[in-house]
Ligand binder design. Structure first.
Ligand code: NAD
Ligand code: ZN
Length: 346
């Protein structure tokens, strides 16, 4: 089969011909990958930046972790999926037995392995994954939207920690996940959605998605604009989806006393400046987010997509044949796109 592989510790990937993976355990599932989408993490690995150099331990490795596929074979003990099922899956592979797994927090398993980071990923024509990370989804869900259910789960997890009904919501960063959060906030009953974004392409995307006010903080002060909008009160809920230190501090300043901050963004350095006293004296609730709730966010995403409540048509902006991965990665790196999907099979 063909696979997109990080072979050498340098920029780029290689398209290689390798053996199809086989079922090794009774709980393994062999999947024909139909579509897989590109995440910011894949771009870090593609560019081979400092994060990737420090994080990736073993080369060569197949990249990719967001996918939809069809089951073609199951191990003897697999009960949740069967051949021909359409499946998606979490990129966080939990052990299933540690303290966190047993307390319903598989996404922060003590022995977590991440697809395409700690082990071979899914940018290949076939993949083998453990049954515990897979979810069968309805065949009516368009494949390109099914392939982005993993980041959609990040957006859902971040967004659903607060009740958004009737609330003024601020989202900093309208990358693919922030854009998904706009869509989720709309259908969750937010009264008014403010988006802060610095890229012109993504400002337009946020406007098309129906954000009520889009501010470019490099041109206008986010805090002052929100002050005007809310008569000095601040927003109810702040969703941090940029991974930018200034955006985080501006968001905290823009929050109402007793407001809720939900932080998904990952920052480029371990330590950042954070205006802690402002947060303390506002009596905020600050929730950090990693991964997806397994499997609450998956079931919610599957239901909203099946019943066509969630519209991803303005967020998935490009489809490429997987052989054209280089063009796709260059476009994703440029920031001039929403979500980009690679087609592995029809
Ligand atoms: P992305 O990098 O594509 O989007 C971030 C957006 O923030 C960009 O459009 C950028 O222009 C914008 N931005 C940069 N500086 C800004 C500023 N000062 N103010 C406002 N906007 C600004 O990322 P994404 O894939 O949409 O993911 C969003 C964030 O979530 C990233 O930081 C990513 O690393 C993180 N993430 C976290 C998890 C997790 O499990 N915690 C999972 C996936 C992604
Ligand atoms: Zn575990």
């Amino acid at each position: 089969m063909k696979a997109i592989v990080k072979k050498e510790p340098q920029k780029g990937f290689s398209l290689v011909e390798i053996k199809e993976p086989i079922i090794n355990s009774p709980h393994d599932v062999k999947i024909k990958v139909l579509k897989a989408s590109i995440c910011g993490t894949d771009v870090h690995i593609y560019k081979w930046d400092d994060w990737a150099k420090n994080r990736i331990k073993k080369l060569p490795q197949i990249d990719g972790h967001e996918f939809v596929g069809r089951v073609i074979e199951t191990g003897s003990e697999v009960k949740n999926v069967k051949p021909n099922d359409l499946v998606v899956g979490d990129s966080h592979i939990p052990c299933g037995y540690c303290y966190h797994c047993r307390n319903g927090n598989m996404h922060v398993c003590q022995n977590l392995q991440i697809l395409g980071v700690d082990r071979d990923g899914v940018f290949s024509e076939y993949t083998v994954l453990p049954d515990k990370v897979l979810l069968k989804i309805d065949d009516s869900i368009p494949l390109q939207y099914a392939s982005v259910m993993e980041p959609l789960g990040n957006a859902l997890f971040t967004t659903t920690v607060a009740d958004l009904r009737g609330k003024i919501v601020l989202i900093t960063g309208a990358g693919p996940i922030g854009a998904m959060a706009i869509e989720i906030a709309k259908i969750s009953g937010a009264s008014f959605i403010v988006v802060s974004e610095v890229s012109e392409y993504r400002i337009k995307m946020a406007q098309k998605l129906g954000a009520n006010l889009v501010i470019n903080p490099s041109k206008n002060s986010l805090v002052e604009e929100i002050d005007k909008l809310t008569d000095g009160l601040g927003v109810d809920v702040f969703l941090e989806m940029s991974g930018n230190e200034n955006a985080l501090n501006e968001g905290i300043k823009s929050l109402k006393n007793t407001g809720v901050a939900s932080i998904l963004g990952v920052f480029p350095t371990e330590k950042i400046n954070f205006d802690m006293n402002t947060a303390v004296f506002k009596n905020l609730t600050i929730q950090t987010i990693t991964g997806r709730k397994m499997f609450e966010t998956w079931y919610l995403a599957a239901s909203w997509l099946k019943y066509k409540k969630l519209d991803l048509s303005k967020i998935v902006t490009h489809n490429f044949d997987f052989m054209d991965y280089e063009e796709a990665f260059e476009l994703m790196s440029s920031g001039m796109s929403g979500k980009i999907v690679l087609n592995f099979s029809q």
